[in-house]
Design a protein around this ligand. Structure first.
Ligand SMILES: Nc1ncnc2c1ncn2[C@@H]1O[C@H](COP(=O)(O)OP(=O)(O)OP(=O)(O)O)[C@@H](O)[C@H]1O
Ligand SMILES: [Mg+2]
Length: 247
């Protein structure tokens, strides 16, 4: 399969790091200058293509830019340099709680998220039972999600993301907060998605999981793409680079 699902070309993302954030208006006036900042590039000239129908892993140490890259893919951030294109409907599961309105119930959040992801109300209604069933949230579906545990949040978020029938599913390491039973359900779901020809982009610190699930892996370090290739050899290179530092 040579079709490209996601193409990342020369992507750079910068943040401003403030050294002296003005604490109050008075302090700002006294200082008579705006706060000092420097640009910090969380991603530098990153390029790769994810072939359609494959499972693609993003690995790297804390702060290496993995979540920033996923947020760029999901259009939560816009890159300051370069371009990202994707073919097909993309659904993402990023940080715990992102995409949920805390005061709304699980039920209301399902409809809200469904519509954000481009589904008609009818379509969401047709999937509703399946979403609740997979999430395992059960009787808590009418409670405000602010009262959910982190695991419940993630279960519901993942359940919505996979049931909107995405062509490309983007998942940050959040699944790790789920219990063993849920992780096993997710593992099976990833296999199903792959069988159905869908593309999955996954961030994980569990090298076992990445090795098992991903065809290809990109390794990021300090915002740079260090290596990309078949998952086994790329993970080995990454682990060797840690040089005894365990993750
Ligand atoms: N909104 C922001 N403002 C300023 N800096 C940010 C922002 N978001 C991320 N960063 C910085 O960008 C760098 C990359 O962060 P990112 O969250 O992408 O790392 P990560 O690879 O996902 O790490 P982890 O494995 O810990 O989840 C970090 O240095 C982080 O401090
Ligand atoms: Mg992260």
């Amino acid at each position: 399969m040579s079709e490209v699902a996601v193409s990342v070309e020369n992507v750079g993302k910068k943040f401003r790091l403030y050294h002296e954030r003005n604490q109050s208006l008075k302090a700002a006036i006294m200082r008579r200058r705006v706060s000092v900042h420097e640009d910090f590039w969380a991603l530098n000239d990153v390029s790769f293509a994810v072939p359609a129908g494959t499972t693609f892993g993003l690995i790297g140490s804390n702060g290496s830019g993995k979540s920033t890259l996923l947020k760029c893919l999901s259009k939560i951030y816009y890159p300051d340099r370069g371009t990202i294109t994707h073919n097909g409907r993309l659904a993402g599961l990023l940080e715990v709680g992102s995409g949920f309105h805390p005061e709304l119930s699980g039920r209301e959040n399902i409809f809200l998220n469904g519509s954000i992801l481009g589904m008609a109300k009818k379509e969401v209604a047709a999937k509703f039972d399946e979403i609740v069933e997979f999430s395992g949230v059960g009787q808590f579906i009418d409670q405000p999600v602010k009262n959910y545990s982190s695991g419940m949040y993630v279960r519901l978020g993942f359940s919505i993301a996979i049931n909107v029938n995405p062509d490309i599913l983007v998942v940050d390491e959040v699944l790790a907060v789920g219990d063993t039973d849920f992780q096993e359900k997710c593992r099976q779901k990833f296999i199903d998605l792959k069988t159905a020809g869908k593309t999955v982009i996954l961030v994980s610190h569990s090298m076992g999981q990445v090795r098992e699930m991903c065809d290809q892996v990109a390794w990021l370090n300090n915002g740079d793409l260090v290596a990309i290739g078949d998952s086994g050899p790329t993970i080995d290179k990454y682990l060797r680079s840690l040089d005894g530092v365990s993750e």
